[in-house]
Design a protein around this ligand. Structure first.
Ligand code: MOS
Length: 752
């Protein structure tokens, strides 16, 4: 029986804010019994350590491994000279998606960027492999380094596409020039954001095992089990079913583990070379280049407004950088297209090519740098038209999506603004910059809008109601660390009227039904929807069974009147009338009831625009003598559809807000412009916030009952936390100091 969720006539108990239960794998993680990818130790394991290039552009002339081979325990060195040439590799074949890399390491002697893997030393111990890697001697023929942004910004190329399929590279609506010409007030500024590097606690790691039957098992720290399985099968020219990918635990990813980067191929290649299982764990400094980054951006923002402060035109022209061998264009202008009502608009995306590792999605790719620029520009424009920044935003509030010209399935941004402003005390802000003080400190208050699209891919799930009344769920999702496993259980439990401890989840393995990657805030919208649909189908089958069973107290009761609660099916109007799942199934052959569902986006996206929204308010103080910046308060209010688990959801948005603070004040990969080598490839010099940087931080959700958006009713919360926070802090710093900052990070040496 196929379930059309929107037309389901069965009443469901609907909880918009779900129970704040602990993670089901919290105990394993806290006690250290959780086995992450690098903890897997198959027999005869060999340790691989990468050797990285020390030039940015050129060819390897010679790799001298004689000193390496003298290190006791070294088994082999793999480089382009002896690496296997996997059958599925075709360097000229374009990648299918923008994160499906075309670079294939160790297939030729070319060096495209500094800190590129060029050899792998394999040894009996990690120590021997590390020592062996130190002793590899490489000579190069070098070429001139293709420089970074912004040096070449006037020669930018138009990318083929943006990383997300439904985002166009350029957009136009109305008549931008006429809209600017008609404006009473005009604005134009350029905003700069730096390269940032994902630094999940768990580095990239995998163990590759070729099974005796020629099949491959990868214990891989990946955000996308199914994507990795497909890509590796393709690269090795194998059937997908012969590649198994296992990811039981992940220590974060932030987009970096969403791509099957070249090292995921190198470990199985090496395992083939030495005919033993190989473990490859990236060192922290090796994560600065080969596994993606958030591109630096140069963004020009323009506005025109009439005498009332209504926007007549807007423009967002963005330039980013990509590698010299692959395309990734940070989609910075996409939110400007839809956030404010504005009849005339142009947006463009361009990039330059540099000798760097290919950039990639990083938590809220496009939105995080793009909305920093947009919401700082809005703050500046509000000042220019002499309006309060919040009032200016409300004046230009988009009732429908002006980009797609579609209604929003739901939009509670007004409520987010109002409740956020009230909780924060926005009315206590004195409008004039540099007008609020606390002793030596200049005090400022700022705000930013936040938003993130609801993305949904295709996920499969199996739900099985067992004769004892327990439930099994199978789905090939991974848990990036946010609590996906926990909330998948909660969803099945809620639909079937059980407590989550009655549900057992099998996931984290490509043996289970294929699910989407954990990226684009889409795990719950996709896999959560699949589980919702499968659990509803099981419920309906159980109701039908009761309805038809003469011995059931619910015999001949209209199925719509039967609800599931406390492990029982019972009459909605008379809960005492009913029976447990266990007794129903026992009388009916003690066989499980199961449903397997494939769930994906229907045509709703042609009728509605799906976005989560929120507001972020920030209070800062800046030491007038020393320039020290403190973010004393951060308050985010989000409307993102149904919230499955208030605890994990709050952690998600607070974590995002911490990253927003990090982006505003700390993070920057510093390149040596002569060599394009990142000079701070470690967590001592690549700054992220510490506990002392976070003072008061609060995240709230507004209930949103959206039954159009997807069967799970969720919009996704993985990325929205970071988006508006950067501008809220930058705007607060302006309000404190009277000095505008159009480049981040804002640091002690430039704040005043
Ligand atoms: Mo994310 S950058 O969608 O993992």
């Amino acid at each position: 029986m196929a379930i059309n969720d929107h037309q389901s006539s069965y009443p469901m108990a609907k909880k918009l804010i779900g129970d704040p239960i602990d993670r089901i794998d919290g105990k394993q993680k806290i006690t250290g019994s959780a086995r992450y990818s690098a903890d897997i130790k198959p027999p005869r394991l060999v340790h691989g350590v990468l050797v990285m290039s020390t030039v940015a552009n050129g060819r390897i002339q010679k790799i001298d491994i004689s000193a390496t081979m003298n290190v006791p325990g070294v088994v082999a060195v793999m480089s382009h000279e002896n690496a296997p040439k996997p059958g599925g590799l075709d360097k000229n074949k374009p990648s299918e998606t923008a994160t499906d890399r075309v670079m294939h390491l160790f297939q030729d002697n070319l060096v495209h960027y500094n800190n590129q893997p060029i050899a792998m030393v394999l040894a009996e111990t990690l120590e021997a492999a590390t020592e062996g890697a130190e002793r590899v001697q490489v000579t190069y023929n070098t070429d001139a380094v293709k420089p970074l942004l912004p040096a070449n910004q006037n020669k930018a190329e138009r990318p083929e596409r943006l990383p997300r399929v439904d985002d166009q590279v350029d957009t136009k609506r109305g008549d931008y020039k006429a809209g600017m010409a008609a404006a009473a007030t005009r604005f134009e500024q350029t905003y700069l954001t730096p390269t940032q590097v994902h630094n999940a606690l768990e580095p990239h790691a995998l163990v590759a095992v070729w099974e005796p039957d020629g099949k491959l098992t990868l214990y891989n720290a990946t955000q996308g089990i199914s994507g990795c399985q497909k890509r590796i099968a393709e690269l090795f020219g194998m059937p997908k079913a012969d590649v198994r990918v296992v990811t039981q635990y992940l220590g974060g990813g932030f987009g970096s583990k969403g791509t099957t980067w070249s090292h995921v191929m190198l470990a199985p290649m090496a395992a083939k070379l030495v005919s033993r299982p190989v473990k490859l764990v990236l060192k922290r400094e090796q994560m600065f280049g080969m596994v993606g980054s958030r591109s630096a951006t140069v963004q020009q923002l323009t506005f025109g407004a009439d005498k009332e402060g209504k926007l007549t035109a807007s423009g967002h022209f963005s330039i980013t950088q990509t590698s010299d061998f692959d395309e990734f264009a940070e989609p910075s202008g996409t939110i400007t297209r839809m956030l404010y009502a504005c009849p005339n608009q142009e947006t463009t995306h361009r990039f330059i090519r540099a000798n760097i590792g290919t950039p990639s999605p990083m938590r809220a790719p496009g939105e995080a740098p793009g909305v920093f620029a947009l919401e700082c520009a809005i703050d500046e424009m509000a000042e220019q038209v002499k309006m309060d920044p919040l009032e200016f935003r409300l004046k230009n509030y988009a009732e429908v999506d002006p980009n797609k010209n579609l209604p929003f399935s739901s939009k509670s941004l007004r409520a987010c603004y109002q409740q956020g402003a009230e909780r924060f005390g926005w009315s206590k802000r004195s409008p004039q910059p540099r007008s609020m003080r606390d002793g030596n400190y200049l005090v400022g208050m700022g705000m930013g809008t936040t938003t993130y699209p609801m993305n949904r891919g295709e996920s499969n799930a199996l739900v099985r109601l067992m004769p004892d009344g327990r439930v099994q769920v199978e789905t090939g999702t991974q848990d990036i660390g946010t609590g996906t496993f926990t909330i998948v259980n909660q969803i099945a439990a809620e639909v079937l009227g059980l407590t989550p401890d009655k549900v057992t989840l099998s996931a984290g393995d490509s043996r289970y039904p294929e699910a989407v990657g954990s990226g684009g805030s889409r795990s719950t919208s996709s896999t959560g929807s699949a589980v919702t649909q499968a659990a509803k189908e099981v419920l309906n089958k159980a109701r039908e069974m009761a309805f038809k069973d003469k011995k059931s107290p619910l015999y001949n009761v209209a199925e719509a009147e039967i609800v599931a609660e406390n492990g029982r099916l019972q009459l909605r109007t008379d809960p005492k009338k009913g029976e447990t799942f266990a007794s129903l199934l026992k009388r009916n052959g003690s066989k499980p009831i199961e449903a397997k569902v494939q769930s994906k986006q229907g045509d709703e996206k042609e009728k509605y625009s799906f976005f989560a929204f929120g507001s972020v308010f920030a209070e800062v103080r800046v030491d007038e003598a020393l320039g020290e910046i403190q973010v004393t308060r951060l308050l985010g209010t989000y409307a993102a559809g149904k919230i499955i688990n208030l605890k994990t959801a709050t952690s998600q948005v607070l974590g995002g807000m911490v990253w927003g603070l990090s982006m505003a004040l700390h993070e920057e990969a510093k390149f040596d412009p002569r060599t394009n080598r990142i000079m701070n490839p470690n967590l001592a010099e690549y700054h992220v916030p510490v506990n002392a940087d976070i003072r008061s931080i609060e995240g709230y959700f507004i209930e949103e009952d959206d039954d159009v958006v997807n069967p799970a009713g969720v919009k996704g919360i993985g990325e929205i936390g970071i988006v508006g926070t950067v501008s809220a802090i930058a705007n607060a710093i302006y309000h404190a100091t009277g000095k505008r900052h159009r480049a981040i990070p804002i640091t002690v040496d430039n704040v005043l």
